[in-house]
Write a protein that binds this ligand. Structure first.
Ligand SMILES: [Zn+2]
Length: 206
């Protein structure tokens, strides 16, 4: 069985000090870096992909008076420091085979709404104006590599991790979310989100 690790949106704006910081985001970045510290294979993964919220003009997704449910402060503007991968992950950027950017002109919570790019890891990890032409959708990228099992980690539990995990189940993949490697916008909702995911067929386990 071929598997993949999907690292969701571990970007500066979603970590402490960022425009839309999630409590515990930086710690999650550090733990994912530890997981991949000896390489993807040693961590038990055949493939590793990373998603990035990547906004140019996402309409009502941005608001001056955000409700933190459907509208948000300006965040993850394409090519800015806020949209860059968290620096704690820089040592393991080489393990990432594909960067999946989503949300250029709309909101996009699931990584499956994005398309896989193949820029160099450093290009994706550093802020800059470069935004290569989008490649294939994430589902096609995984499918062409025979991936049938995915582990979803990252930020945030109650939005993009949840949406990505549910879409993966919908595609017929075997899906695991690791609770130690996610953090929520609304931590009080975490158990409810895990219950929803379990009900959909997602394993919540280490
Ligand atoms: Zn966004």
């Amino acid at each position: 069985m071929t598997n993949a690790l999907i690292i969701v949106d571990v970007q500066n704006d979603f970590c402490e000090g960022g425009a839309l910081a999630v409590d515990g985001g930086t710690a999650v970045a550090g733990r994912i870096a530890e997981l991949l510290g000896r390489g993807a294979e040693a961590a038990g993964f055949d493939h590793v992909v990373a998603t990035q919220d990547w906004h140019i003009d996402p309409g009502a997704h941005f608001s001056a008076n955000p409700d933190f449910v459907r509208s948000w402060p300006v965040h993850c503007v394409a090519g800015t420091h806020g949209s860059a991968w968290h620096p704690a992950l820089a040592p393991v950027a080489g393990a990432v085979e594909a960067w999946v950017r989503k949300g250029r002109y709309e909101d996009a919570y699931s990584g499956f709404e994005g398309r896989a790019l193949t820029p160099s890891a450093s290009e994706a990890a550093e802020p800059g104006p470069s935004d290569p032409v989008p490649g294939e959708p994430l589902a096609a990228w995984l499918g062409s590599r025979g991936v049938s099992q995915v582990t979803v980690v990252g930020l945030a539990t109650d939005f993009c991790v949840k949406a990505t995990a549910l879409d993966a189940v919908g595609l017929g993949l075997d899906v695991t979310v690791r609770p130690s490697l996610v953090a929520a916008v609304h931590p009080d909702a975490t158990e409810e989100v895990f219950a929803q995911l379990r009900a959909a067929g997602v394993s919540i386990s280490r």
